[in-house]
Design a protein around this ligand. Sequence first.
Ligand code: ADP
Length: 410
Amino acid sequence: MKAYAGPARPGEVNLDADGTWPLAESLRSGQELLVDDITERFGALPAGSWGARPQRACVLPLHRTEGSPPRAVMVAGMSPHRALDERYRLLLRAAADQVTSVAANARAYEEERRRAEALAEIDRSKIAFFSNVSHEFRTPLTLILGPVEKALSEPEHALLGSDLEAVHRSSLRLLRLVNSLLEFTRAEAGRFQVSFEPVDLAVLTAGLAGSFQSLLEDAGLRLIVDCAPLPEPIYVDRSHWEKVVLNLISNAFKFTFEGQIGVVLRWQEDRVELRISDTGTGIPEPELSRIFERFHRVEGARGRSFEGTGIGLALVHELVKLHGGSVAVQSTEGEGSTFIVSLPTGSQHLPQDRIAIPRKHEAAGNSLSPYVLEAAHWTASADPSAPALADRDLFFQDSDVSSGWGPCPS
Ligand code: ADP
C-alpha cells in the first residue's frame, strides 16, 4: 500500500505556527486532544484496507516517564465505526505507550553508540598522544645519552664544551615538553589558574609579536604588526594571552619559508579580533576541522622542524575558551593560513571572582620567550653556520611569559 503523503502528514512542523494538528497545544497541556474536523482541515483522508475513512483523530502526548513533560506527540486516526469510549481510549493509550517505549529503546541504543564512538575517539587520541610524545621524548633523550655514554667511556668521566651544551639543551627541551603536557592536563581538567585584568591588549600583543622580529628577519621573512590602539582595556589573563599569541606566531614561523607573517588586532564593538596570518605551507582542507583537537598533527606537513606534540593549538583553543572567546582558522594549501581569535569586550561574561586588580607589568618582549628561543633552534638546525643559542636564557624569563614553561622550582 502506498504511504499517505498529503497535508495531514507534513514532513516538517513549525510548532509556533502550526496550522495542521494541535501538536503544540497537546505538548503544552500534556493532554490528549480530539480533532473531529479532519476532513475540513485536510480534505478526505485515505480509507485504508478497511475502507473506513477516518473523520476524527486523537493527538496523544508521549511522556518519557509518568508525570514527566511530554517530549513528542502521536496522532492516531480513529475508526468511524467505533465510539470513542473508555476501551477505545485505553487502546489508543496502549499504542502510544508502545511507541514511547520503542522510541526510548532507539534513543538508548543511539546514546550507547555515541558513548562507544566517544570511547573509540579517546582511544584514537591516546594512541596519537603516545606516539607523538614518545617520539618527542626519544629525540632529546637520545641527544642526552650520546654525550653521556661517550663521557662514561672515557677515563675523566667528564662532560665538557659542546657535549655539555647539547645535554643541557636537550634537558631543557624535555622539561618544556613535560611542562607543556602538565599545562595542557590542567587546562583539560579545568584546573587552570586564571586571573583576568584590564589590559592594553594592543601594546601587549604588539610587544609579543615584536619579540619575533629579529628571528623572522634573519630567516628572510617580513613581520607586519598592526595593532591599532583600542578604545578600552580588554580583560585577559596576561600569561594565558601571551601563550595564545606566542603559540600562533611560532606555528606561523614554523610553517612559513618565505613571505610574511601578519599580526593584526582590531576592535569590533562587542569583540576584539586578533588575526595571525602567514604565507606558509597552509593546511590541507580535510584537516581543518580537526586542527584544534588535542594531539592532532598533520601527517607529513612540511615545517622548519618535525618536533611537535599536537597540543599547541588545543591549548590555544582551551585558553581562548577560558576567556569566553573563540578561535578559528582559514587556510589554503600552498598559500598560507590565518588564525582568528575573537574575545568579547567588557567583563560581564567573565566569572567575577576571577577578576583581579590590574598589576604593573614589564613591557612584554624585553626578554626572549621560550617560544622564540625554541623557534630560533629551527633556523639554527636548518643552517649549521648559525650561532648556537644560549639556552641558559631560559632561566631568566619574565615570570609571566615563562610560567609553566621554565625550569621547575628547586
Ligand atoms: P604541534 O605544532 O606541536 O604539532 P599544534 O597543535 O601547534 O601542534 O599544531 C598542530 C598541527 O597544525 C601542526 O602539526 C601543523 O601541521 C598544523 N599547523 C598549525 N599551525 C599551522 C600554520 N600556521 N601553518 C600550517 N600548518 C599549521
